[in-house]
Design a protein around this ligand. Structure first.
Ligand SMILES: Cc1cc2nc3c(=O)[nH]c(=O)nc-3n(C[C@H](O)[C@H](O)[C@H](O)COP(=O)(O)OP(=O)(O)OC[C@H]3O[C@@H](n4cnc5c(N)ncnc54)[C@H](O)[C@@H]3O)c2cc1C
Length: 406
């Protein structure tokens, strides 16, 4: 009797990355088991990613996910840079400049949890995907042609799941990465970022759906998250030694918002949370039959909206290589090319751009600020420069560059 697990891929984590890997594999006839620690409360996770770039929308489209997400999201062709110091708009970028580069010349504001919910529904409906919620991955072993994951089932029992490859899409705390002793190189910012969710329409003050706001004292990001009814998120830096309870105190949140935009009326604050920002890339993305993807392999600041997007790009690159290998059309060293391509993108694009973005918004030197703002203005006003800029911010350039890596 043939071994049912011989071709099976074990995916740890039903986040956006794990589910995209699973769908892409199964839709090409590769059986998958997805192991996810969360269960009942799966769809009640803290707010995180929300911006889906054009290149990511193209990938969602290939697995039938885009048409499910578009009605739940906000189509946003524009984004702005603002100077809070002078309360003026520095530049407006329009994804219409990418109309010849992509079928989707806009971003879709659609939260991570909606991406997960819709991808999970597709995965559950696919006969080749077994989704196991409330099941925690704990360890694994690997041999020449096999990998075995050890999991704890919902009833607390331990079980071994065998497969041909193991994909760690477990997020930043990846057990696989730690068990393989792979260094997570980089740094952690000392200041945490505050996210305040507000029921208010900021467009009446000239803002668009995505705004990056520079200020030498308190930079911020302002995003239209969902609606109607309108929900916006405002991100602010906080001092490293500030007490969390004091930061998130409702009066302090209100005062911070009033300093940002003095409307004179209380904002309707829907929620808030504080998060630590890391800039890290795993030294290796693959050891034998165990492969890292998404936040398990790289994490970065959300300024620029690149974490989930680049993770989804990992997912498709990896899934297509695993399909080729399991069909014996590609040699196993295709996985080394996955590492070369995606590690290059993580270092040269996502890390480099997100670090630059924060520096640009937080710059204190007035002369440097003026120079940066002039350059943004010039770039936005010149169609050729604007297109080149948008190819980078939307990660299209990163995908093109990765394709050129042997
Ligand atoms: C405030 C904020 C805003 C952000 N905004 C953006 C944005 O606009 N655009 C963008 O691209 N990125 C953004 N990001 C980053 C983005 O959220 C992450 O990069 C993305 O969620 C990573 O996806 P993932 O599937 O790799 O991991 P995750 O989303 O972390 O999913 C991992 C899954 O694995 C499961 N898991 C973990 N351990 C185990 C285990 N042992 N056994 C079984 N299951 C396990 C978890 O429960 C989870 O479901 C933002 C992040 C933050 C904090």
């Amino acid at each position: 009797m043939p071994d049912a697990s011989a071709n099976r891929v074990i995916v740890i984590g039903a986040g956006p990355v794990g589910l995209c890997v699973a769908l892409r594999l199964a839709q090409q006839e590769i059986p998958v088991v997805v192991v996810e620690a969360l269960g009942q409360n799966f769809l009640e996770q803290v707010p995180r990613a929300g911006t889906n770039h054009p290149a990511t929308l193209e990938l969602y489209d290939r697995i039938g996910l885009y048409r499910r997400l578009e009605p739940r999201g906000i189509v946003a062709p524009l984004f702005h840079y603002w100077d809070r110091h002078t309360n003026t708009r520095i530049a407006e970028f329009d994804h219409a400049h990418l109309r010849d580069d992509t079928k989707f010349p806009y971003v879709l504001q659609c939260e991570r949890i909606k991406v997960v919910e819709e991808a999970l529904a597709l995965a559950r409906a696919h006969p080749l995907i077994e989704v196991r919620l409330s099941t925690s991955f704990t360890s694994f072993t690997q041999g020449a042609d096999r990998v075995t994951a050890r999991v704890t089932n919902p009833d607390g029992g331990s079980e071994a799941i065998a497969g041909a490859y193991l994909v760690s899409a477990e997020g930043a705390r990846s057990i696989v990465r730690k068990d393989l002793d792979i260094e997570f190189e980089g740094f952690t910012y000392s200041d945490r970022t505050l996210n305040i969710e507000v029921a208010y329409d900021f467009r009446r003050h000239g803002y668009t759906e995505r705004n990056y706001i520079s200020d030498p004292d308190e930079w911020s990001n302002l995003f239209h998250w969902k609606g109607p009814p309108d929900r916006w998120r405002v991100h602010f830096p906080t001092a490293p030694d500030e007490d969390e309870a004091a930061i998130c105190d409702p009066t302090a949140l209100q005062a911070r918002l009033q300093r940002f935009l003095p409307t004179g009326l209380d904002f309707d604050i829907v929620g808030s949370n504080l998060y630590t920002v890391h800039q890290r890339v795993a030294r290796k993305f693959r050891v034998g039959r165990a492969i890292l993807a998404g936040d398990a392999a790289h994490v970065n600041s959300p300024i620029g909206a690149m974490g989930m997007n680049s993770g989804v790009h990992d997912a498709f690159n990896l899934a297509d290589k695993l399909v080729g290998i399991l069909r014996r059309e590609l040699a196993e060293d295709a996985l080394d090319r996955y590492e070369r391509q995606r590690r290059h993108v993580a270092l040269q694009h996502t890390q480099a751009q997100t670090i630059r973005n924060k520096k640009l918004l937080a710059e204190k030197d007035p002369a440097v600020r003026a120079r940066n703002h002039d350059e943004l203005r010039r770039t936005a006003e010149d169609p050729k420069l604007a297109r080149a800029f948008l190819l980078r911010t939307s990660l299209i350039e990163s995908l093109r560059e990765a394709e050129r890596i042997a």
